[in-house]
Design a protein around this ligand. Sequence first.
Ligand SMILES: [Zn+2]
Length: 240
Amino acid sequence: MREDLQRLLELQTWDLETIRLEGELNSSAPVREEIVQKVLDGRKKTTALKEKYQQVCITRKDMEAKIEELQAQIAKYSAQQLQTKKNDEYRAFENQIAAARKNISTLETKVLELMDAEELARKTYEDSAKSDKENEKAYKERILSIDKLKATHTQEIKERKQKRKELEAKVEPALRIRYERMFRNKRGHVLVGIDGGACGGCHIKLPQQAVLSCISEEPNVTCINCGRMLYYSPEMHVEN
Ligand SMILES: [Zn+2]
């Protein structure tokens, strides 16, 4: 294999690992955001369930207060009823007491219904809060691992870019500039082998002349289809 291409291949291997790390780093941000959103959505749902439960509780207590009020009224009417000497007044009190008792009975039925609803609402809210707590524990671990990956990858990419200078200095400038321009466009393999007689990048079958030029280590052999730089090394199989 040509020595200049060997060095360029080392540079490319280096660059490919760097962009792989950059890719992982970039894809971690939306994943993190998604996890944070799930935590917030969970809490929002639980808060709504808590408010619903509290509302049922308030309604039940209001009705119980109303029942107490009616019972006090009945006691008052009963006392007044005992004091009156007039028959029509006596009957009027009796009617009012009966009406209040009827109201109490209706309210008591409602209170019983609300107690069931309240129990269900309380359980739903508590289950949701429990599930939030469990989920958040797992989410927190994932966020910590994402943050750790971000820190280590950022540092490693920085170090790799520094170290790259040593590798790039070994490659002839014109060749390196051509490679870098293509690498930016393709975001991947630019210098490829010709194993099987085909371009290692786009996999099109290469003309025999191109294969022969590679084998005889001519400079600047490129794929007629995709323009990638081609190289040959002895372990590759090519047709005669
Ligand atoms: Zn190609």
